[in-house]
Design a protein around this ligand. Structure first.
Ligand code: PMP
Length: 391
């Protein structure tokens, strides 16, 4: 029996993530060097894991408040104040979520009315457009370009803006491009948001992994805190993807609206993950910096090698992704990635998995060991030479 008629139309028409499709093929192969899935190769630092274990031993096996443990919200408040210069009240301006993924979904469901338009820069994280669609909003992509090192420009925002735009999603530094904006560029975006009366959803999950310049949060700029939801989490900086823990900070009324959706869907984030997250914020800085230094070293190596091999690659200023251009090989990003996987067993993600503006590019995650990266670069070089010889 065909059951598809029972599926809601907006879900039926939603495409599956291009990344997962690709990695189902990878999972069936042996000895693949994966520059694919975006997660740290490091396990969670031991003292953070211990905090989770200890919480379990102490019998912390219960629900927490819907907003999350007040101790964690206090720690987040301090951390965000110290590192982002924004001050949020732990009592009513912070909500703990099941990763930034849930925070993003809550924000979309709590803030988007059917038909509201949401701007976001593209190439972008695979969840943005579907999250907007699932909340019955209309996605308005704004292109970013290699010539700008994939920074979001106000010119592109202005060109894409249309009446009915209510929200602007930002992800700086950006997955998949590693692009980010300097302070002057963020100030210009903030001015634009005020001029057009946009609410900003700022996903700053890669902010600790900023290698060039200083990360500026748009929420810290004058007039912006009142119109920004700041999204952050533990997955990347503290290597805690499997703990599923993140948070959103914003004006009390908006956090309250998000809390209602959270309360009736998720109830609360796992208490064990919340306990471990406190440890990450209070004592995790050294471990986080040590991992960041490794990513920095790997970035420099990988970007140098891409350019030597003839795959032009801008220097990503943050995140753990490089986004080299592969079109000069004469292959589409999909054919390039499939051929590379089949002949040399190196997995990279075709740029179009991150939207049509990723055409001609592939994403390489360098959160893998230095030794593996050296081997991956050798294989890539051989592959590109073989493709050129066939031309
Ligand atoms: N935002 C971006 C930009 C991401 O790249 C990811 C994970 N790849 C997420 C959010 C989701 O993170 P979490 O594990 O906190 O749900």
């Amino acid at each position: 029996m065909d059951n598809s008629r029972f599926i809601a139309k907006h879900v039926l028409n939603l495409p599956k993530s291009g990344i997962r499709d690709f990695f189902e093929i990878v999972a069936k192969m042996k000895d693949v060097i994966s520059l694919g899935i975006g997660e740290p190769d490091f396990d969670t630092p031991w003292h953070i894991r211990e905090a989770g274990i200890y919480a379990l031993e102490k019998g912390k096996t219960h629900y927490t408040s819907n907003l999350g443990l007040i101790e964690l919200r206090r720690a987040i408040s301090k951390y965000v104040e110290k590192n982002f210069s924004i001050s949020y009240a732990p009592e009513n301006e912070i909500i703990i979520t099941v990763g930034v993924s849930e925070a993003l979904d809550l924000a979309c469901r709590a803030l988007i009315n059917p038909g509201d338009k949401v701007m976001y820069h593209q190439p972008c994280y695979v969840s943005y457009s579907p999250s907007i669609t699932l909340a019955h909003g209309l996605a308005v992509p704004v292109p970013t370009f290699a010539k700008d090192d994939f920074a979001l420009t106000v010119e592109a925002l202005r060109a894409a803006w249309q009446p009915g735009c209510k929200l602007l999603m930002l992800n700086l530094p950006c997955n998949p491009t590693g692009g980010t904006c300097d302070r002057a560029q963020i100030e210009a975006i903030a001015k634009f948001a005020i001029e057009k009366d946009l609410l900003v959803l700022s996903d700053e999950i890669y902010s600790e992994l900023t290698f060039a310049g200083v990360h500026t949060s748009i929420a810290s700029l004058p007039g912006m805190q009142e119109r920004t939801i700041f999204l952050h989490g533990f997955s990347k900086a503290f290597a805690m993807t499997g703990w599923r823990i993140g948070y959103a900070c914003g004006p009390a009324a908006l956090v309250e609206a998000m809390m209602k959706v959270h309360q009736y869907s998720m109830l609360c984030a796992s208490i064990l993950s919340q306990e471990a997250a406190i440890e990450a914020l209070v004592r995790g800085e050294d471990a986080m910096k040590a991992m960041r230094d490794q990513y920095h070293r790997r970035r420099d190596f990988m970007v140098r090698r891409f350019n030597e091999i003839g795959l032009k690659c801008h220097l990503p200023r943050g995140s753990f992704y490089a986004f080299p251009e592969v079109s000069k090989t004469g292959l589409s990003e999909k054919d390039f990635a499939v051929g590379l996987l089949q002949t040399e067993k190196v997995a990279m993600v075709p740029g179009t998995a991150f939207g049509p503006n990723g055409s001609g590019f592939c994403r390489a995650c360098f959160a893998t060991s230095y030794e593996q990266l050296i081997e991956a670069a050798t294989r890539l070089e051989r592959y590109v030479a073989a493709v050129a010889a066939k031309k």
